[in-house]
Design a protein around this ligand. Structure first.
Ligand SMILES: [Zn+2]
Length: 101
C-alpha cells in the first residue's frame, strides 16, 4: 500500500518537471525583469548585458531558440539560465519567476 503510494508520487513528480516547465519568450523575460533599450537586429534582439553590465548592447536575445549570447562576456544559455544568472536564483526559483511573469 505504502509502496504503491510512493511510486505514484514519484510518477507525478516526474511528469510535473516535464510538463509544467513554464515557457516565456526571452525578450519578454528581459522586458519584465530587466527593462531598457531593445534593438531588433535580424533574428536577434540586442540589449545591454545584465550579467556583466555595459553601456552598449552586445547581448543577443533569440526568441526563435529562446536563448541568449553575450558577445562581450561570453555568457550564454537558454531562457531559464538567463533568469538564474540575472536574478541570482537556482533552477527551481527561476521556473517560479518565469511562471509568474
Ligand atoms: Zn555580458
Amino acid at each position: 500500500m505504502l509502496k504503491a503510494f510512493q511510486n505514484q508520487k514519484l510518477k507525478v513528480g516526474k511528469s510535473f518537471e516535464k510538463d509544467v516547465k513554464p515557457v516565456r519568450p526571452i525578450t519578454l523575460i528581459y522586458e519584465k525583469l530587466i527593462g531598457g533599450k531593445m534593438r531588433k537586429s535580424g533574428r536577434a534582439t540586442l540589449v545591454c548585458c545584465p550579467i556583466h553590465g555595459e553601456q552598449h548592447p552586445s547581448c543577443a536575445l533569440y526568441d526563435d531558440t529562446n536563448s541568449f549570447t553575450c558577445f562581450s562576456c561570453g555568457e550564454h544559455g537558454d531562457y531559464i539560465n538567463f533568469v538564474e544568472r540575472t536574478q541570482n536564483v537556482d533552477f527551481k526559483q527561476a521556473l517560479e519567476i518565469i511562471k509568474n511573469l
